[in-house]
Design a protein around this ligand. Structure first.
Ligand code: ATP
Length: 269
């Protein structure tokens, strides 16, 4: 039984504001994905084929998945995510019919974004030996023919993500397939400022914290690293609040202060 059938189909709740930096990518994706969904008539009028998909590449943890989800949210499109290795396992010894099922499911959920994470694990150059297997050859061939078969009637957009575009089967990047390569780099200084802001958007932040200083000392960090830092800071802050709360309760219980006095004390962070 394929675990892929259980993959969720839903409009993700990731918003543009959750992503720091990458402003150009956001704009490009809007044009590529949103316009064909919202203005299909115009594309037909001008005999324009909408783009079928893009390939995100770049170092891990810099927002490829986040970006794919946000564009789906922006368009009110469903989102199906499949990881390359998981896909190969599920299909091990199986048939191409399963790939067809996945695309059927995506078409039925149209408009839909179908996201292939770690696509290099299946789309390594065919017949090249190095990591390529008969199973992955069959799977990738079937994926390519499904992409070729996406008619203009259904709005299905494919996004592939990889850290290794160099080892990808060139067939996947042919015109009419994932023909736009979009680089998602390590965040620069300004992007790190935005990522800190995005991550701390819903959290109280001490007055003496400056996002600029945080960005300065995190050169070379990925978005995922920055998220990790923010989460650790939040956990520490929660811990300090809990310790203070316990101490307040103790002082009230010991008669050192009244409940009203305790309630009036500010949180330590
Ligand atoms: P991988 O190649 O490892 O799959 P990825 O590029 O798909 O990585 P994401 O899954 O999008 O990376 O990012 C991982 C986490 O890092 C996100 O859930 C988010 O918390 C944080 N993150 C990464 N990039 C950004 C960003 N630009 N803005 C805000 N948060 C980010």
């Amino acid at each position: 039984p394929s675990t892929l059938r259980e993959n969720k189909v839903e409009v993700p709740d990731t918003k543009w504001e959750d992503i720091g930096g990458l402003e150009d990518t956001k704009r490009d994706l809007q044009e590529m994905v949103r316009y064909p969904i919202e203005h299909r008539g115009l594309f037909e009028k001008f005999g324009m084929e909408a783009s079928r998909g893009v390939l995100f590449y770049g170092p891990p943890g810099c927002g490829k998945t986040l970006m794919a989800k946000a564009i789906a949210n922006e368009c009110g499109a469903n989102f199906i995510s499949v990881k390359g290795p998981e896909l190969l396992n599920a299909w091990f010894g199986g048939s191409e019919a399963n790939v067809r099922d996945l695309f059927d499911k995506a078409r039925a959920a149209s408009p839909c974004i179908l996201f292939f994470d770690e696509i290099d694990s299946i789309a390594r150059a065919r017949g090249s030996g190095g990591g390529s297997s008969e199973t992955s050859d069959r799977v990738i061939n079937q994926i390519l023919s499904e992409i070729d078969g996406i008619g203009s009637g259904k709005t299905l957009f494919i996004i592939g993500a990889t850290n290794r575009p160099d080892i990808l089967d060139p067939g996947i990047m042919r015109p009419g397939r994932l023909d736009q390569l979009i680089y998602i780099p390590l965040p620069d200084y300004m992007s790190r400022v935005s990522i800190f802001k995005a991550n701390l958007r819903k959290s109280p932040v001490a007055e003496d914290v400056t996002f600029e200083l945080l960005a300065e000392v995190t050169e070379g960090f990925s978005g995922a690293d920055i998220t990790e830092i923010c989460q650790r800071a939040a956990k520490n802050a929660i811990r300090e609040c809990i310790v203070a709360e316990i101490e307040r309760r103790r002082r009230v219980d010991d008669g050192e202060m009244t409940q009203e006095e305790a309630d009036a004390l500010p949180d330590p962070v």
